[in-house]
Write a protein that binds this ligand. Structure first.
Ligand code: ADP
Ligand code: MG
Length: 401
C-alpha cells in the first residue's frame, strides 16, 4: 500500500513526500480509509506506530473535501472560520507535538490550526482564536476555560479526537472530557486512540462512540521489537554512579531517564550535571516555559539527559532517541510499555535499560508478566550487586519523598 492509494489529496502527499513518509504504517493503512468514510473509530496500536498521522491525515482530507470554508488551490475564505476538528490530548507537550504534526502535514493546505494548553497566558490564545481556526488541539482544562470566555464555539465541530485516551482517564480528565462533549453537536465523528484497551477505555468508548469500528494492531501491552530491553541489577545507592558511568563510557549522546517522583527527577538531573553530564528535568511542577525549554534543548542535542516523570513524557516523540533508562521502575506495569516506547520509533532501533534494585523485584515481576517476556540481564564490571543487601523496610524512605 502507498499513501497514494489511500485517497489523500496531492497537496497532502506532497507534504508527506517531503517528510520522507514513503509508505503508511499498519495502523495508518487501517484507520485512514475508515476515517475518510466518516466512521467512528476505537483504535489501539503500539507506541511509535504513527497514530497521529493516522488521524490527522484523513481529518485534513475530509476538511478540504467536505468543508466549504477550505479548498486547496484557492485563497482561504475571509471571515471567521467554523471550528472543524477538535483534538484533545492529556499533556501540554503532547498537544504541542500533535500541533507540529498538523502543521507539517498541512503545510500546502490553506488551513488554520492552533494549539492551546494551560500553564501559559490565555490572552494570546484568545487573540489567535478570534479569526477562527479549522483544527484546534487542546488539553481539556484550558479548552473549557476558553469556552467559558466565549473565545471558542464548539457547535460547529465535525470531528472529535481523543488521543492517549487511557492516559487522560488516568489523569482524571474524565469530567472535563464529559463537559467538553456536552458542548459538541450530537452529530459528529468520534475517534478514540489509546495505547491500551483497559476496561475503562471500553466503557468510555461505549458511551462516546457511535457504532465504532475497532482497530487494533499488535497485541495489547506488547513492546516493540525494535527496542532491545535489558535489566541491570544494581544496589540502590549506586544507581546514579552506574548511570553516569554508562553514559560516559558508552558515549551516549541522548538518553531519556524516568524517575518515579518529581523530587527524584530534579535531584537526579542535579547530580548528573555535577558529574559533567548536561541534564534537565521535566515534570508537572515545572513552569511551562521550563518544560518547553528542557524538551527543545534535548531534541536539539544541547543536553544529553532528560530526566522525566511518567506524566511529562507520555506520548512524546523524540526523533531517533537511542536510549531510555528506567532509573526507578514504574508502579503501574503498563507505564513500562509507554516509557520504553519513547525509543525504537518509526523505523529506528533503540535500547531500554532498567536499573533495578532489590526493592523493585515485585515491580519487575509484574512488568515481565504483563509483556510476557523475561527481560535479559546486563552486567557492568565494578557494579556487581552486593549480596548482603536486604530489601529496605517497606518503602519507608520513598514515602517521605
Ligand atoms: P504514536 O502516536 O503511534 O506513538 P507517532 O504518531 O508519534 O506515534 O509517530 C511516531 C513517529 O513515526 C513520528 O516521528 C512520525 O513522524 C513517524 N511516522 C509516522 N508515520 C510514518 C510513516 N508512514 N513513515 C515514516 N515515519 C512515520
Ligand atoms: Mg501518539
Amino acid at each position: 500500500m502507498s499513501f497514494n492509494s489511500l485517497g489523500l489529496d496531492a497537496k497532502i502527499l506532497q507534504a508527506l513526500n517531503e517528510l520522507h513518509f514513503t509508505k503508511p504504517t499498519a495502523i495508518q493503512n487501517k484507520v485512514i480509509p475508515s476515517i475518510i468514510s466518516g466512521k467512528d473509530i476505537l483504535a489501539s496500536a503500539q507506541t511509535g506506530t504513527g497514530k497521529t498521522a493516522g488521524f490527522v491525515l484523513p481529518i485534513l482530507q475530509n476538511l478540504i473535501t467536505k468543508s466549504s470554508a477550505v479548498k486547496p488551490n484557492t485563497e482561504p475564505k475571509k471571515g471567521k472560520r467554523p471550528l472543524y476538528g477538535l483534538i484533545l490530548a492529556p499533556t501540554r507537550e503532547l498537544a504541542a507535538q500533535i500541533g507540529e504534526n498538523v502543521r507539517d502535514y498541512s503545510r500546502y493546505l490553506p488551513i488554520r490550526s492552533l494549539v492551546v494548553f494551560g500553564g501559559v497566558s490565555i490572552n494570546p490564545q484568545m487573540m489567535k482564536l478570534r479569526g477562527g481556526v479549522d483544527i484546534l488541539i487542546a488539553t481539556p482544562g484550558r479548552l473549557l476555560d476558553l469556552v467559558e470566555k466565549n473565545a471558542v464555539d464548539l457547535k460547529s465541530v465535525k470531528v472529535l479526537v481523543l488521543d492517549e485516551a487511557d492516559r487522560m482517564l488516568d489523569m482524571g480528565f474524565i469530567h472535563d472530557i464529559r463537559r467538553v462533549i456536552a458542548k459538541l453537536p450530537k452529530k459528529r465523528q468520534n475517534l478514540l486512540f489509546s495505547a491500551t484497551f483497559s476496561n475503562e477505555i471500553k466503557q468510555l468508548a461505549q458511551s462516546l462512540l457511535n457504532n465504532p469500528e475497532t482497530i487494533s494492531v499488535a497485541a495489547n501491552n506488547s513492546t516493540s521489537e525494535q527496542v532491545t530491553q535489558y535489566v541491570h541489577h544494581v544496589d540502590k545507592k549506586r544507581k546514579r554512579e552506574l548511570l553516569s558511568y554508562l553514559i560516559g563510557t558508552q558515549r551516549w549522546s541522548q538518553v531519556l531517564i524516568f524517575t518515579r517522583t518529581k523530587y527524584g527527577a530534579n535531584h537526579l538531573a542535579e547530580q548528573l550535571n555535577k558529574d559533567g553530564i548536561k541534564a534537565a528535568a521535566i515534570h508537572g511542577n515545572k513552569s511551562q516555559g521550563a518544560r518547553t525549554k528542557a524538551l527543545t534543548d534535548f531534541k536539539d542535542g544541547k543536553i544529553t539527559a532528560l530526566v522525566a516523570t511518567d506524566i511529562a513524557a507520555r506520548g512524546l516523540d523524540i526523533e531517533q532517541l537511542p536510549y531510555v533508562v528506567n532509573y526507578d521502575l514504574p508502579h503501574v506495569a503498563e507505564d513500562y510499555v509507554h516509557r520504553i516506547g519513547r525509543t525504537g520509533r518509526a523505523q529506528n532501533r533503540g535500547k531500554a535499560i532498567s536499573l533495578v534494585c532489590i526493592d523493585e523485584h515485585p515491580q519487575l515481576k509484574a512488568i515481565e508478566k504483563l509483556i510476557k517476556v523475561q527481560i535479559p540481564q546486563m552486567f557492568t564490571e565494578g557494579f556487581a550487586i552486593n549480596p548482603n543487601i536486604k530489601p529496605s523496610p517497606k518503602n519507608k524512605r520513598q514515602k517521605q519523598r
